[in-house]
Design a protein around this ligand. Structure first.
Ligand SMILES: [Zn+2]
Length: 430
């Protein structure tokens, strides 16, 4: 789900007359080969120029020229030579953490989180604001989110980074045209043009986004799943369901390394799979949906923990931390609520696994924080209910990115855009 960046940086920077001088095929070839070399360094680096040539099938001369361009653009850097290497291996090449960065913004029901992520996947800046978006208008929420983005853009620019774009994660249904259609837990957010409102706040001024910024909007569970896949330290993770527990519950379904979105972009609404058809009413119009039984506020209420503002999973003194402390101390009410939530989660996730047939479930957000108590009942339900479980048992992993998963995935969409087509960042040959 991408709002196009319009003219690329190079088109904007270069006069049209110069464009006409170069044969089209040569242009296309160079563009393709820049992406090929950068992709090789990104996936398999650090690598020598000779290793890149061998892996890509390009001549060493071509690789050297392309690498020089990528180094000049701040996309690739040369590391100190490995000691004890035989022959003349040359300085190994790796992605440049000082190069362009992506900004990730997550607007969830009760907080706003922003991170700046460099090409190597490291977080350079981070801001978190506890804010209950149910009690403010979309306009007011987006204005304060934009102020947080300006703050990190300012800080990243001072560190010498070029900001390449903004990825935005929201807790609702994002259609294939980039419109937030509906956020079941945010009543005022219907058909909200999130990106164009943010552009209105961010297109001007020194701490705004550059005119050619790449911007994208997606569901937070989809982006958290991608963040986990790209930066979570699971190199073999290609087919899985990422279960995002917050006030709402969502799933990012990934098959063959790509998010499964459904026809209109709305797939993965795990939170509205019924686990108790006669249960409490839900914002979606149904009853007894998973998130009414095992979402953050439902779980806290069942555990007898006061629900207050600042209940985010990240808050050290928030309600979720209180729940953990009580469970650690053996509090019966807390343990009973966690057990019940784990079973409800297992019922819903089993239904999903039976339908989509993926081998791995990754617990994220609230469910990562509470995994020690949820894993047992969840695994029991999967073992009982997943039809193929006796020869294809479902593996349950816990998110390694915790509350950063969605912002890192959101920023990652910008970084992916650079890696897929770096030419816009590389100065044109003379
Ligand atoms: Zn529902």
């Amino acid at each position: 789900v991408t709002a196009g960046a319009g003219r690329t940086r190079r088109e904007a920077a270069r006069p049209a007359r110069q464009e006409a001088k170069r044969p089209a095929r040569q242009e296309t070839l160079r563009r393709h080969n820049l992406a090929l070399v950068l992709g090789e360094v990104a996936v398999h680096g650090p690598l020598s120029r000779a290793q890149v040539a061998a892996a890509t099938g390009l001549t060493k001369g071509t690789v050297s020229s392309l690498v020089d361009d990528l180094v000049a653009a701040g996309l690739v850097r040369t590391l100190a030579p490995t000691r004890g290497a035989v022959g003349r291996p040359g300085n190994p090449l790796a992605l440049d953490p000082g190069g362009p960065v992506g900004v990730g913004l997550e607007i969830d029901v009760d907080y706003t989180r922003v991170a700046v992520v460099d090409l190597t996947g490291d977080v350079r800046q981070r801001r978190v604001e506890v804010a209950d978006h149910r009690t403010s208008s979309p306009e007011a929420s987006l204005a304060s989110a934009a102020a947080l983005v300006r703050d990190v853009v300012h800080a990243a620019t001072r560190q010498g980074h070029a900001v390449a774009g903004l990825g935005v994660a929201v807790p609702g249904l994002v259609d294939t045209k980039g419109l937030l259609r509906l956020a079941p837990n945010l009543p005022g957010w219907e058909s909200t043009p999130v990106l164009s409102v943010l552009h209105g706040h961010l297109d001007d001024g020194p701490d705004g986004l550059p005119a050619d910024a790449h911007t994208a909007l997606d569901n937070e569970a989809n982006l958290a799943a991608l963040g986990e896949q790209w930066f979570g330290g699971h190199p073999d993770l290609r087919d899985f369901v990422y279960v995002s527990g917050e006030i709402g519950v969502g799933a990012g379904i990934v098959t063959g390394g790509a998010v499964f979105r459904g026809v209109s972009g709305y797939a993965g609404e795990l939170g509205h799979v019924p686990v108790d058809p006669d249960g409490p009413a839900c914002g979606c119009g149904g009853r007894g949906c998973l998130e009414q039984v095992a979402g953050q506020e439902a779980l806290l209420r069942a555990a007898g923990v006061p629900v207050d503002a600042g209940t985010t999973t990240a808050a050290p003194d928030g309600s979720v931390a209180t729940l953990r402390r009580r469970a650690d101390g053996g509090d019966r009410e807390a343990l009973r609520a966690l057990e019940a939530a784990g079973h409800a989660l297992g019922v819903a996730v089993s239904a999903l696994v039976n339908v989509v047939d993926v081998p791995t479930v990754v617990l994220g957000g609230l469910y990562a924080a509470l995994a020690p108590w949820l894993r047992g009942p969840l695994t029991a339900e999967l073992g009982t209910r997943v039809v193929a479980s006796s020869w294809a048992p479902t593996q349950v992993l816990v998110s390694t990115l915790g509350p950063d998963a969605a912002v890192r995935g959101a920023a990652g969409t910008v970084l992916r855009h650079i890696l897929d087509d770096p030419e816009a960042y590389v100065p044109a040959p003379v």
